[in-house]
Design a protein around this ligand. Structure first.
Ligand code: ADP
Ligand code: ADP
Length: 228
């Protein structure tokens, strides 16, 4: 699914301009990384795609349809979203955390649990970890569960906000490799936020460099961005 930002600006009520006239086309099936220092508008940009944040002006299109239109709204409900500390439900087992998503879309309990077990395997977690609670997993494992839960939405779009920032560098590299492997299988449109230029260059088909004030400073392939 393609995503297009057309003249998108977000000004928060206190006057902060988080994103300033963003124009960007994200192609279907690619990984686009938003990179830049803290406060440059990366998270705000991401959250406007699934309408957690509404733009002050401008339009965001999903496959050509305004995200504010009803069809797109249906779609958005299912957009997978992964955040830094996974955001798992602490009082539910790992399997149940993932199964919640298909359950909410009306799957019966047995099918939802089967689907959740498949997804844990997809992200490289052994089946027996499904019985544990999130606090009984390492940070890296929790992030994998977060990815499995986001994939359970079965959406063509996956939004990832600093998903690997809280784990140590070695684990992070493993997670990055896994994401690239997953992407080559699943072909989703992934929008990934990081403050780490090395991570951006490693993962991105395209890299969008933002600067404080929310302006797009550069956009292109990793090679283009490194050249400048
Ligand atoms: P990043 O993800 O690059 O760190 P954010 O999108 O979180 O950037 O924030 C961009 C700017 O908007 C920052 O100056 C931040 O303080 C401000 N901001 C973010 N959320 C809010 C909010 N809810 N209200 C007011 N200002 C906000
Ligand atoms: P990773 O490199 O995957 O992030 P760690 O080195 O942090 O993993 O953890 C190694 C092993 O210890 C993992 O199999 C994990 O399940 C287990 N583990 C980590 N923290 C806990 C915990 N609080 N309770 C039980 N097992 C844990």
């Amino acid at each position: 699914m393609g995503i297009e930002f057309r003249g998108v600006t977000k000004k928060y009520p206190d006057g902060t301009v988080a994103v300033d006239d963003l124009n960007l086309t994200i192609e279907d099936g690619t990984i686009t990384v938003f990179v830049g220092p803290s406060g440059c508008g990366k998270t705000t940009s991401l959250r406007m795609i699934n309408r957690m944040v509404e733009p002050t002006s401008g339009t965001i299109l999903l496959d050509g349809a305004d995200v504010r239109d009803s069809d797109a709204a249906l779609l958005r409900r299912g957009i997978g979203y992964v955040i830094q500390h996974a955001g798992l439900f602490p009082h539910r087992t790992v399997l149940s955390n993932v199964a919640t998503v298909p359950l909410l879309s009306g799957w019966d309990k047995r099918k939802a649990r089967e689907r959740a077990a498949e997804l844990l395997e997809t992200v490289g977690l052994p089946a027996e970890l499904g019985k544990r609670y999130p606090a009984q997993l390492s940070g890296g494992q929790q992030q994998r569960v977060g990815v499995a839960r986001a994939l359970a939405a079965d959406s063509p779009v996956l939004l990832m906000d600093e998903p690997f920032s809280a784990v140590d560098p070695v684990v992070r590299e493993g997670l990055q490799d896994e994401l690239l492997r997953l992407q080559s299988q699943l072909g989703k449109t992934i929008v990934f936020v990081t403050h780490d230029i090395d991570e951006a260059v490693r993962l991105g088909d395209k890299v969008a460099v933002l600067r404080v004030g929310g302006r797009l400073a550069q956009y292109g392939t990793p090679a283009d961005v490194l050249r400048h």
